[in-house]
Design a protein around this ligand. Structure first.
Ligand SMILES: Nc1ncnc2c1ncn2[C@@H]1O[C@H](COP(=O)(O)OP(=O)(O)OP(=O)(O)O)[C@@H](O)[C@H]1O
Length: 237
């Protein structure tokens, strides 16, 4: 069995006095693509932010390849090997596509340099002809691709994507899905927070379902596909 990349255990997260996460736990192994599924407001983004140190947990532990990272500052966590694409993508809108990519370039925590710009353009062929375009003028789908590509330039051990399909036209969602399937084939380890289960089918290997800040189900994606009761109860499908 491959090594565990990230292990999240017993996380409690609060915003002010409101408790948002209740004992959240999940783990992702090397080469897995895991979906964190749940309805609007279930706690997906908060889980991602907690992992990145942006919503520090009041209780619980997060380890990256066995080393505890909870309690560290977000930039330390990023340097330790986590690459986060937030819901709002956070590209630099006034810079060109290529500048955005170059800004994201850094070696991985063990000196890996697996994503030189040439390889990025091979995997993201739509970005190459746009390289001199101002990022803020790209379409939503192009910006999402750029945000993923830029994060890969940092050679993360784990790529965290917060709702990559949100707000995009179905054809673009399909393209992003194909891209993520390709990353999976290349061996990337990915955690995707999504409301859109259909987007994740055929893309992820495992699924964890969150509801009202608690993990209510975790299994291989085929098991979830076969489990009508869970899908109806927590994913409204
Ligand atoms: N900054 C904040 N302050 C207070 N409450 C917040 C804050 N951000 C989120 N919440 C609340 O925390 C809960 C979980 O939100 P979260 O964004 O993690 O859900 P989500 O599953 O990612 O949903 P979405 O699809 O809407 O992003 C919601 O009830 C939300 O209203």
């Amino acid at each position: 069995m491959s090594a565990t990349i990230i292990e999240v255990a017993d996380l409690d997260v609060y915003y002010g006095t409101s408790q948002i996460l209740f004992g959240v736990g999940l783990s992702v192994r090397q080469g897995e693509t895991m979906a964190l599924l749940g309805r609007n407001g279930a706690g997906k983004s908060t889980t991602m932010k907690a992992i990145m140190g942006l919503a520090p947990p009041r209780r619980g532990r997060i380890s990256l390849r066995g080393a505890v990272i909870s309690g560290q500052k977000p930039h330390h966590i990023a340097r330790a090997g986590l690459g986060f694409v937030p819901e709002d993508r956070q590209i630099f809108p006034e810079h060109t596509v290529e500048d955005n990519l170059v800004i994201g370039r850094k070696k991985g925590p063990e000196g890996q340099d697996e994503w030189p710009i040439r390889r990025i353009y091979d995997v993201f062929p739509l970005l190459e002809p746009l390289r001199h375009r101002i990022a803020g003028r790209l379409s939503g789908g192009e910006q999402q691709m750029l945000a993923i590509a830029r994060t890969l330039m940092g050679n993360p051990a784990l790529l965290l994507l917060d709702e990559p399909s949100e707000g995009l036209a179905p054809i673009i969602v399909q393209r992003i899905g194909e891209l993520l399937r390709q990353l999976r084939q290349l061996g990337a380890t990915v955690l995707i927070a999504e409301q859109n289960m259909h987007f994740c089918l055929g893309l992820v290997s495992h699924a964890t379902v969150i509801d009202k800040g608690q993990i209510v189900y975790a299994a291989g994606i085929d098991e979830l596909k076969a489990n009508d009761a869970i899908r109806r109860r927590y994913l409204a499908l």
